[in-house]
Design a protein around this ligand. Structure first.
Ligand code: 4AD
Ligand code: MG
Length: 476
């Protein structure tokens, strides 16, 4: 008999048919009712063991976490909570899980504890739900760009350019760290390293995506990015996934339109396709909320998702943002850690969250930041001091998207590279695209895990990626 997934069984239940399912035992009640889950859906199927001659020793092996196969007849359920159940004809334990040792018991475990057993946490409802939503969001992103005529580009993960200029790259080397070769000036001699130059893991695929956009018009990347910033927050990973579209003949307004449409598409996709998982995650949130004071509650996930999907994002310039912040209560009462007293300061996450959560109460796109707090590739405005940048800020998250129109004028870009002391030998190829058929173009980066935080309502970025990499943590 061929195995059928629980998702398929529940999708169109053929009452009266005999089926074979395989999965893992979630609970075993009254020596009779086995809840089996195979991960194809958040829903379990209840198998009812009700036959003469069921072997006592075999029944003892039905423990939480054990792998089981069951043959039975699908019938309408007698009990509440499910529409159909399986009347067991035979079962077979495929893999035992000793109840004395198995770390996942049928009770609620803390997310912190589950992080310590990340090799087993996909077996919990919460993580399986997150992983299924993660798959759905990956699919939605590819579908969105494919529908709009974009081509997916694979950019290199090993690079010799620090494109964001933040000096946060992980070095890649095959040198013997106990015996590093030195040149005549006693500096590290990278000529002897694997690539014959200093290399690192990519912090972005943008520069290469631009090269492709200047030939294919509309491209996007979707890959891992690596940042060695030492920020232990609920929003930062050392290894995260980023989506970076790049569009020729597009200005920064087109860029904002594209980003807003993409985010809404993903949220709508989740609402349409991940209902069972989102319901489960939402119940978790509402349960947690009951224990919290009003001000700290997360609130209903579906309402938040629908609100963002149905309303226009607020669009303001950096200068307007500074005016609002300078005159707001928490700034005047010195409640912010960083007081805003003038134009030019970088916005901290407390300021971003004030604008989104308190002032506008909706997603905000901030554009036209001071040139000196943004990367070298952003297009300089006519005022000579701001760039055509845009960041999208989300409630509960802060920055979810960062992007810009690119500096396409050769002389201006060459000057910026010089001013920022970027070694020309590491970006000569990038600069050269501005010599041949240069055109206005724009793009942005979406942090995939930040999107996942928003869509699932989870509170910590370590819980929306299967195996998080953070400072001092690379287990599993
Ligand atoms: O704003 P960022 O640094 O922009 C870039 O890398 C550009 N090259 C993108 C582009 O224009 N093509 O990063 C983009 C997004 C951020 O808005 C944030 O959502 C996410 O990537 N991000 C992180 N996510 C998790 N952990 C980190 N350490 C992150 N750093 C950035
Ligand atoms: Mg940014």
């Amino acid at each position: 008999m061929e195995r059928i997934t629980i998702a398929d069984v529940l999708e169109s239940p053929k009452v009266g048919s005999e089926i074979l399912i395989k999965g893992w035992v979630r609970t075993f009640r009254s020596n009779r009712f086995v809840a089996v889950n195979d991960g194809s859906t958040i829903n379990n199927i209840q198998a009812v063991i009700d036959f003469e001659g069921a072997d006592e020793n075999e029944l003892k092996r039905i423990n939480t976490g054990a792998a089981i196969e069951v043959v039975g007849e699908l019938v309408e359920s007698q009990g509440r909570g499910q529409s159909v159940e399986l009347v067991v004809k035979s079962f077979n334990i495929l893999g035992d899980a000793n109840p004395e040792e198995y770390p996942l018991q049928p009770k609620k475990h803390s997310l912190e504890y589950l992080r310590e057993i990340a090799h087993l946490r996909p077996r919990t409802n919460t993580f399986a739900a997150v992983l299924r939503v993660r798959h759905a969001m990956t699919f939605a992103i590819h579908e969105f760009f494919n529908n709009q005529g974009f081509y997916n580009i694979h950019t290199p993960l090993i690079t010799a350019t620090d494109a964001e200029g933040a000096g946060e790259a992980f070095q890649v080397t095959t040198m013997d760290l106990k015996n590093v070769p030195l040149d005549e000036n006693k500096e590290v001699d990278y000529k002897q390293d694997f690539f014959g130059k200093e290399t690192s893991l990519a912090v972005t695929g943008q520069l290469e995506a631009e090269l492709a956009a200047l030939a294919l018009s509309k491209v996007y990347t979707f890959g891992p990015t690596f940042r060695a910033e030492n920020s232990n927050t609920t929003r930062h990973l050392s290894e995260f996934w980023m989506i970076e579209p790049e569009v020729a003949f597009a200005d920064n307004n087109d860029n904002m339109d594209l980003a807003e449409a993409m985010l809404k598409y993903c949220i709508d996709y989740a609402l349409k396709n991940c209902e069972d998982d989102l319901k489960f995650l939402n119940n978790r949130i509402l349960d947690e909320d009951k224990k919290k004071p009003q001000a700290e509650r997360t609130g209903d996930l579906f309402e938040k998702l629908k609100f963002v999907s149905e309303n226009d994002f607020e669009r303001i310039t950096y200068t307007e943002a500074i005016d609002i912040l300078r005159n707001c209560k928490p700034n005047k009462k010195k409640k912010f850690n960083f007081i805003i007293d003038g134009w030019g300061a970088d916005l901290q996450s407390e300021h971003e969250r004030f604008l989104v959560e308190k002032h506008f109460k909706k997603p905000v796109i901030i554009s036209d930041y001071p040139a000196n707090i943004k990367a070298f590739y952003m297009k300089l405005n006519e005022d000579g001091k701001t760039v055509k940048a845009m960041d999208i800020l989300f409630p509960g998250i802060g920055e979810i998207v960062g992007g810009s129109e690119r500096e396409e004028r050769h002389d201006v870009l060459a000057q910026k590279i010089k001013d920022q002391n970027i070694p020309e030998e590491s970006v000569w190829w990038y600069l050269e695209t501005r010599k041949y058929g240069t055109v206005p173009h724009s793009g942005f980066g979406l942090g995939f895990e930040r999107l996942m935080l928003f869509v699932t309502g989870m509170g910590n970025i370590r819980d929306v990626i299967p195996f998080p990499r953070t400072p001092k943590n690379a287990e599993f």
